[in-house]
Design a protein around this ligand. Structure first.
Ligand code: PLP
Length: 392
């Protein structure tokens, strides 16, 4: 749709406007269409091969992804939750240990800590970038604390400097939950390569997404990588010989082959996400909203484009009337959800405040400029300020 089409559309009364395709905050199927020929070829390669589990595709993907992250080893697992769960176990964390993390995350982060047998302890977040607040982490440290799980939420790195210092001072492991931040950089380094382990989800909507479930842990510590390989497959050190109690958490060949295709395009997909973010920013910056961006030289990979609005619910409803279905990430912080509220009570004022303000606008590389302008126009119409710049 061109700028003049959009202008014409906006000048029509709403009931005469054509019905528009719904836009959601993510659309993983669009990525298959974008890379169909290469993905189909990769699937055929696996089907025609001899090994369907932990074969050459997984091995190659692990090496390619680890190198891309700036780490030495990659260990594919069944999903991002297991990436955190098994990473904690590989670090020797379990019953009686406390792990500090954020409640402003997917429940999976906290579930993984409990799957490892450890106790989650919540710390509050910083208002400007949604990451763990180091002062809150400091207050939460006890003699039982063994690790900090820092979540690079939405695709923007947590400010890792103060957390590295705390980890060093108190002898804690710094675990990065990079499920939403493939390729984001902090101090020029890719997330995942900075803490002792980096844990990634490869769920279909993620910046690097499989066509099904998947996860990977990266590390530059060979002993941790070896332990992870044992834990993901029954504790085996060699076939049929278990030295430690393990799990079944394997990445399969089909997903690995598809992920290799998508990894080869990930930098261009991230560049497109950043282009879309810049277009949103140009189109929305004069409105009474807080917009995301790169903080302190870190680079955002815009897994989600989350704005803050004092009128979030009304804005969300307005967008829905235009078939734009913004997301909530997340509608409820983890510590107030029924599974946790009584067992891990916490007072987290910033977390509890922002949950009412956040709104995830559509964000995926396959969005067209016209799609983005349609969203901008809808947000501006809510504020009754017509679009002046974004589509020019
Ligand atoms: C921050 C975060 N951590 C962990 C996970 C868990 O990943 P998965 O769904 O692949 O288990 C997710 C995905 O939803 C996530 O967003």
């Amino acid at each position: 749709m061109t700028t003049s089409d959009l202008k014409q559309l906006r000048s029509q009364p709403v009931d005469q406007q054509p019905v528009q395709q719904p836009l959601y905050f993510a659309k993983p199927a669009a990525q298959y269409v974008a890379y169909k020929a290469e993905i189909d070829e990769a699937i055929q390669r696996v089907l025609n091969g001899q090994v369907y589990i932990l074969g050459p595709e997984v091995k190659a993907f692990e090496a390619e992804f680890a190198t891309w992250c700036g780490a030495t080893h990659g260990v594919g697992v069944a999903n991002g939750t297991d990436a955190i769960h098994l990473a904690l176990r590989a670090l020797g964390i379990g019953a009686g240990d406390e792990v500090i993390t954020t409640a402003h995350t997917a429940v999976a982060t906290v579930a993984a800590i409990e799957m490892a047998g450890a106790t989650p302890v919540f710390a509050d977040i910083e208002y400007d970038r949604f990451g763990l607040d180091p002062a809150g982490v400091d207050r939460a440290i006890t003699p039982k604390t063994k690790a900090i799980v820092a979540v690079h939420i939405y695709g923007h790195p947590v400010d890792l400097g103060p957390l590295i210092e705390l980890a060093e001072t108190h002898g804690l492991h710094l675990v990065e939950d990079c499920a939403q931040a493939h390729g984001a950089t902090w101090n020029g380094r890719k997330v995942g390569s900075i803490g002792v382990v980096g844990c990634f989800s490869l769920y279909p909507t993620k910046n690097l997404g499989a066509i099904g479930d998947g996860g990977i842990v990266v590390t530059s510590d060979p002993a941790i990588a070896d332990r992870l390989r044992q834990l993901r497959q029954y504790g085996w050190v060699r076939p049929q010989h278990a030295e430690v109690p393990g799990w079944n958490s394997r990445l399969d060949e089909l997903q690995a082959a598809i992920l290799r295709v998508k990894l080869s395009h990930l930098d261009e997909m991230t560049a497109r996400r950043r282009e879309i973010a810049a277009r949103y920013t140009a189109g929305l910056r004069d409105l009474p909203l807080v917009l995301p961006g790169d903080v302190d030289g870190a680079t955002h990979v815009y897994h989600l484009f989350v704005i803050r609005s004092a009128e979030r619910e009304a804005l969300r409803a307005h967008l829905a009337t235009r078939s734009i279905h913004a997301g909530l990430h997340y509608a409820e912080p983890v510590h107030v959800q029924p599974a946790y509220v009584e067992r891990f009570p916490a007072s987290l004022p910033v977390t509890e405040r922002i949950v009412h303000e956040i709104l995830s606008l559509p964000m995926y590389p396959e969005l067209s400029d016209a799609d983005v302008d349609r969203v901008i126009d809808a947000v501006r119409s809510f504020h009754r300020i017509p679009m002046a710049i974004a589509a020019e």
